[in-house]
Design a binder for this molecule. Structure first.
Ligand SMILES: *[C@@H]1O[C@H](CO)[C@@H](O)[C@H](O)[C@H]1NC(C)=O
Ligand SMILES: [Zn+2]
Length: 624
């Protein structure tokens, strides 16, 4: 394959029939998600921050997507004065953001389009803009700014200066383009409106593209295709699906073995004011409501038949009292009901606690109906339990705000009887967190965790969130994910998350020899474990953190910084930028009280002050 790639350096899409791809096609319709994740390889670390190579479909189409590098500046406690902010009109966040970005990048403000924005509970105004040319926005040249008291506190940008830019009137016919891209991506156009955008390419030029969503329900693929509007060529994709690859590498924890309990009214009245069953102006009697519908899909995906998929209440008044028999197959009817109920409970619970920490309607969350202004409605999570399109895995597809997130939970075949991923909470939380990180980074576009490096951190946040939900006291334990479904104590990752360098030796520098997003995610998740342990070690642990975000304990502080940083960081962040976003988040919310502690925790794993290009640095800034 290397010589072919050498010849086609300016061509982003190459058809490669690897022996593995041929082996797959001989298995007919079955599609192995773990294998698909395993083939997600970008072998040159210098490209991790900008590129990501994916193998698509059974024919093994190779597509390398490109996102221009983001710059990211943070301005500490004081923030940065700007003339455009001091003379700003009241309330005009969009105009202020456009003026700020235009002035910072020395552009005409016509080249900057406002996309979305909101004010978070810590008083930070977030705005997300994109580059535009002849009023046509760029898909992958975007910027984000955060203001506090009319001073800038963070500014990320992947704006480009194209060496050449395609004519802004398309010349290919969409009727020809759609069938062709359906064939290339082995799926079907899903009738989402097709947009016309610019796409910055790695050779410095900008192509005009039709942006077309292609889905395949049988294999759970969901892509956004960028098709050249002058040549019809497929130039790049966004992959809305994050694979979990819960497969064979070591870890452990939290599942059905700890026993089911009957919980009364677990819904959070602030986050879900109409309860968990409210849908289309009435309460349902099934595992379906404003935040999520949890169901077993028995036929081809069709919202109109969802009524047969969810679990039905076992007695009147929203009671879902199903026991689980671990000696029976997951598919036995009582176990299926328990799985649908648990998945419904966990997704709702994550919706509710994340809401308390600013993943709200305006921050592009998932709800059928929005009860507060901002963000798009019509996008509750669809979670399919015991989905039989896969095994030994799970995945979550995050489309842009306004389209439902889709989670597919599979059964695991390592044990007899098989085990159900929906009965291991950390797997469900991991999946749902993909929805949070993809929506909050970059302002709801779901396009901003697409590079190898940012996608790797995406996996890391998901593991770290699962851990956050499962630490039970101020004694921070090492954490293992997926040990129940695997039927062993090691779980699905290589090392337990730990402050011990013997137990977990991963550092920032480890990324240089990795190529797969879950492996890279382990590095990031372990850094976050170290941040968590430092904060909880010093400030203690609150048992009410999920419902009371006002307390000062370490686990509360940690989750605030976790979500605040997502909104601050640039599109397709690097490790260094994601770290800087955490530290700026601390200045924004806590006046930087924890900043040195954060520096020390990141630096302990090689992400110190001078860390760059996957070379470790263990130092902290002067003053820490
Ligand atoms: C719907 O259910 C919630 C509890 O989930 C309850 O608080 C509310 O009163 C119900 N609404 C109606 C109209 O029955
Ligand atoms: Zn994942």
């Amino acid at each position: 394959m290397a010589p072919i790639r050498g010849l086609l350096t300016t061509v982003l899409v190459a058809l490669a029939l690897s022996s593995q791809a041929i082996a797959h096609s001989s298995h007919g319709a079955s599609h192995n998600h773990v294998a698909r994740a395993d083939t997600t390889v970008a072998s040159d670390p210098s490209s991790y921050g900008t590129h990501h190579r994916r193998t698509v479909g059974r024919r093994g189409l190779q597509i390398e997507s490109f996102n221009p590098p983001s710059t990211f500046q943070t301005f500490g406690l004081a923030g940065e004065e700007s003339p455009v902010l001091t003379k700003r009109a009241p309330g005009g966040l969009g105009d202020a953001a456009r003026a700020f970005v235009a002035s910072a990048l020395k552009l005409d403000d016509k080249a900057v389009q406002f996309r979305s924005g909101y004010t978070s509970d810590d008083g930070i105004e977030h705005a997300y803009v994109r580059q535009s040319h002849n009023d046509i926005p760029f898909a992958n040249a975007v910027a984000n700014v955060a203001f506090k008291n009319n001073k800038a506190v963070a500014f990320g940008s992947s704006f480009v200066k194209p060496s050449k830019i395609a004519d802004s009137k398309p010349t290919v016919n969409l009727h020809d383009v759609v069938p062709k891209v359906e064939k290339q991506l082995e799926g079907t156009y899903n009738n989402q409106p097709i947009s016309l955008e610019y796409l910055a390419l790695p050779d410095g030029s900008a192509a005009l593209v039709h942006v077309i969503q292609i889905q395949n329900q049988e294999v759970n693929s969901w892509y956004e295709a960028f098709v050249d509007a002058h040549s019809g060529e497929l130039l790049s994709i966004t992959d809305f699906t994050a694979e979990a690859a819960y497969r064979v590498l070591p870890i452990q924890k939290k599942d059905i073995r700890e026993g089911l309990e009957l919980l009364q009214n677990p819904q959070d009245p602030l986050a879900s004011p109409k309860g968990w069953h409210w849908y289309q102006n009435k309460n349902t009697t099934v595992t379906s409501g404003n935040n999520v519908v949890s169901y077993k899909q028995t036929e081809k995906f069709d919202l109109s038949i969802i009524g047969i998929g969810p679990a039905t209440q076992s007695s009147s008044g929203q009671v879902f009292d199903y026991t689980y028999n671990p000696n029976s197959a997951p598919s036995s009817s009582v176990n299926l009901n328990a799985a649908r109920t648990n998945a419904f409970y966990i997704i709702n619970r994550v919706h509710d606690f994340a809401y308390r920490y600013a993943f709200t309607e305006k921050a592009f969350n998932f709800q059928a109906e929005n009860y507060a202004p901002g963000g798009a409605a019509g996008d509750r999570v669809l979670i399919k339990v015991q989905d039989d399109t896969g095994k030994n895995n799970a995945n979550f597809a995050t489309p842009p705000d306004g389209q439902s997130g889709e989670c597919h939970m599979f059964t695991w075949t390592q044990t007899t009887p098989n085990r159900d991923g929906s009965m291991e909470n950390d797997i469900v939380v991991h999946e749902m967190t993909h929805g949070i990180t993809n929506r909050m980074t970059g302002g709801g576009t779901a396009r901003c965790l697409q590079t190898t490096e940012a996608g790797g951190m995406g996996e890391g946040w998901s593991d770290a969130m699962a851990e956050w939900t499962e630490q039970k006291s101020g004694t921070v334990k090492d954490y293992v994910l997926g040990d129940y479904v695997m039927g062993n104590t090691a779980g699905i990752r290589k090392y337990p998350y730990s402050t011990s360098k013997t137990t977990n030796p991963l550092t920032y520098g480890s990324v240089a020899s990795m190529s797969e997003v879950h492996a890279i995610g382990e590095v990031w998740a372990n850094m976050l474990h170290n941040v968590y342990a430092a904060l909880v070690g010093k400030y203690g642990w609150s048992a009410t953190a999920m419902t009371d975000p006002t307390r000062a304990e370490g686990n509360v502080v940690y989750l605030h910084l976790f979500l605040d940083a997502l909104a601050l960081q640039p599109c397709n962040p690097t490790f260094v930028q994601a770290r800087n976003a955490w530290i700026q988040a601390d200045y924004n919310r806590y006046r930087g009280v924890h900043a040195c502690m954060l520096w020390r925790a990141f630096a302990s794993r090689g992400l110190g002050y001078y860390a760059n290009n996957y070379v470790n640095d263990f130092s902290v800034p002067a003053g820490c």
